[in-house]
Each structure stands twice: as C-alpha cells, then as structure tokens.
Design a protein around this ligand. Structure first.
Ligand code: NZQ
Ligand code: ZN
Length: 367
C-alpha cells in the first residue's frame, strides 16, 4: 500500500428486506422537522412513499415535502431546495430515491445556509464548507452511484453546459442509509443496467491506476466478479433477491472510499461521461458505457500489466501461450461482450451527441 492515508466512514448502513424499520431507530436522533426529498414519483407508484410517511407520522415528525428532484439534478432545483430547507428550518433531509435524490440532498445540506452562490462556491471554485450543514439520511431505491455512503454531490448547470461533482468530507456523508434490495425491483431495466455499469465503472476507475501490489485491487477484483455474476442473474430475473442484494452491496463498496485507498485516480471516464451528460442529460451509467471501450483500448498500452491482470483475474482469460497484448485485448473483448449482453448504450450517437458538440464536451471535461 503506497502513501499515507486515513480511513473512516461515518455513514451507518441498514441493509436487507426489513431495513426500513430502522428509520424508527434513526429518526429520534434528529429534530422535529424532516424534509422529505424525492424524485419524479416512482416512490408513490411502488408504495415506498406511503411506508416512509407512515413511519415519519408514527414518530410524530413534521414533514416538509420536497418532491420533483430530476435525474441529474439541476442548479435551479438546488436553489429551490435551499429555500424550502431554510424557510422551514428543517432538522434532517430524508432523501428517498436514487443517486440524484441523495446527491441533491447533500448539495442542499451544504448550501441552505451558504451565504454565497453555492454553484460558484462548491462547483466552480471547489471550496470547502464553512457554514452549518443539515444532516442527511437516505432510503435508497436505485443502485449504482454509491451516494448512500459517500460525500459526492453532482449538480448540472444546463445554462453553462457543465455537470460537476463535488466530493464533500465526512461531515456531509449521509448520517445513515437504508438499503432494501426489494425497493429496487421496480426499476425499469434501462435504469437497472445503467446502474450496474456505473458500479462496474467506479471500480475500473480506481483499479486502473498504479502498478504496485495493492490490497485495494484484490478487493476490486472480487467486487467485479460478484457484480458480473449477479447482474447476469438479475437481467434474467429482476426479482432474484440474492442477485439484487449482491448488486446493491457491491455498489456501496465500489464508491465509499475503501478501494481508493493507496491509489491515485483520475476518473477520466466519469469526467468525459459527465460532460456528455451536461450536453445530453443522458442517464449517467449510459454516458460511461458509451465512452468506455474507446477509452480503455486507448490507454491499454500504457498500463498493459494491469489490463493483463484484469483479463485473467476478472474475465478468466487463459494466459497460456499468449502475449500480454493478446491477453489484455481478450479481457477488454470479454468486457465489451458483457456490456452488450446487458444492453448498454455503446456509442455517443445513440445518446444524442452530434459532431458539433464534441469540442464543447472536451472543454467541459476539465472546466
Ligand atoms: O425520479 P423518480 O420518479 O424516482 O425515477 C427515478 C429516475 O427516473 C427512477 N427510479 C429510482 N428508483 C426507482 C425508480 N424507478 C422505479 N423504481 C425505483 N425503485 O430511476 C431514474 C434514475 O434515478 P437517478 O437517481 O437519477 O439515478 P442514479 O442513481 O444513477 O443517479 C444519477 C446521478 O448520480 C450522480 C450522477 O452524475 C447523476 O447525476 N452520481 C453521483 C455519484 C456520487 N454521489 O458519488 C457518483 C456517480 O458517478 C454519479 O456521477
Ligand atoms: Zn458513476
């Protein structure tokens, strides 16, 4: 393990079919007013909303609703959430939804009492928080981002065509997250597979860096193998609890800071994918899928040993009698076949990218 590091993760997780009941344990720890934050309505259709509201009522909480968080939450919605949080002096933001809702909740938590424009402070100038932070709790309904156990909060500014993530510190991580795999059964297949690839790519972004022998890489290989197996089962049978639970747990560990330890990472697929997202508003996981194969084939010669190891340890490519280049290329070939098997979007055109956007997308990668 190279370098010096510190490790702690402040988020308490409750996992499993009965995990929502633990809201009864968490709610008494916070004040009276709860901001119930959610997306475009899926939780009303699948009944999660009713279950959560019943528990909030049973705990005697005052509920302030903050609905309508869109996928890839916008800066305008952030300003609206800040106003609701401030005017009602909320004591906890309870995010019920996917990464967009959880990210947005964290963005509101640091911005509600920010005296400057939060977009400029946190996203353009990347400054730290120096004002009171409202605690956040999550009930996760869509798996992929790891937002349930990290400090990430990605916000999109359509006017300036920028989609930027700020990774906040421990004080902004959710105080608790409830992970019930059954809540993910109603996800449309498109969202499910986009989330699966988001997880896979989070692991790749951290794995493809460094050449030292590093425990993080062995953990990553295990996570990838578990994900590949579980995802193949879940696309056949979305209600397979074992598969959905493994996907959910893998997602959390793929991006909760553990496998980044001792690594240097540049997150280049995500940087490009986010810039594509700023232009197209496409589903996050699909933006990553669309740029991945071209990117990994491009960088493979610079990290041949790692791509060879990936092929053998993750994709079971037999190395006998083959050159390192052949083995590495075979590994990427298997990865591409797997992505097609899941039904991922494999090129930018299918996401609505046109040639005139390319220069702007490139400029938005490192604004
Ligand atoms: O809005 P509703 O109606 O709830 O519908 C959502 C949304 O349309 C739907 N959905 C969620 N749970 C469902 C469901 N539909 C049926 N049944 C359920 N149980 O799914 C759609 C997508 O949800 P969203 O939250 O947007 O997806 P995801 O979890 O992929 O989050 C994407 C956002 O997270 C950011 C992305 O950039 C994007 O803005 N990321 C956050 C990261 C982090 N915090 O560390 C890292 C990631 O790399 C990513 O950048
Ligand atoms: Zn991602």
């Amino acid at each position: 393990m190279l370098g010096n590091f510190e490790y702690a993760n402040p988020t308490r997780l409750y996992f499993g079919e009965d995990s929502l009941g633990y809201l009864n344990v968490e709610l008494p720890k916070f004040g009276q007013t709860i901001m119930l934050t959610y997306g475009g309505g899926s939780i009303k259709k699948n009944g999660i909303y009713d279950q959560v509201v019943e528990i909030l009522r049973a705990n005697g909480k005052t509920v302030v609703e903050d609905p309508g968080v869109m996928p890839n939450p916008t800066v305008e919605k952030l300003y609206e959430g800040c106003r609701i949080a401030r005017e009602n002096q909320v004591d906890l933001i309870l995010a019920v939804g996917g990464g967009s809702v959880c990210d947005y909740a964290k963005a509101v938590s640091v911005s509600a009492y920010c005296e400057e424009d939060p977009w400029e402070k946190y996203y353009l100038r990347m400054e730290d928080v120096d004002n009171p932070v409202i605690p956040v709790g999550c009930v996760l309904t869509m798996v992929g981002t790891g937002s349930e156990m990290n400090g990430g909060a990605v916000i999109t500014n359509h006017e300036s065509r920028l989609k930027i993530g700020h990774v906040f510190g421990d004080n902004v991580f959710p105080k608790f997250s409830i992970l019930n795999p059954v809540f993910t059964y109603t996800l449309p297949e498109y969202q499910m597979v986009a989330g699966i690839y988001d997880i896979f790519n989070h692991i790749c972004e951290q794995y493809f860096s460094g050449e030292d022998d590093n425990t993080s890489d062995y953990i990553s290989e295990g996570l990838m193998r578990s994900l590949i197996r579980a995802s193949r089962i879940a696309i056949q049978n979305p209600a397979d609890y074992e598969a959905r639970s493994n996907i959910m747990w893998t997602a959390t560990w793929a991006l909760n800071t553990l496998i980044a330890k001792g690594k240097t990472t540049d997150w280049m697929v995500h940087m490009i994918g986010q810039s594509v997202g700023a232009y197209t508003d496409a589903t996050h996981g699909m933006t990553l899928a669309a740029v991945s194969m071209a990117y990994y084939r491009h960088i493979m010669p610079c990290g041949l040993a790692k791509f060879r190891r990936f092929a053998v340890n993750v994709w079971d490519v037999s190395p006998e009698g083959k050159s390192d280049e052949t083995i590495a290329a075979e590994g990427l070939g298997r990865m591409e076949a797997y992505m097609k098997e899941l039904g991922l979007v494999m090129n930018l055109r299918d996401l609505g990218v046109t040639e005139d956007m390319l220069e702007g997308i490139a400029d938005g990668v490192l604004p």
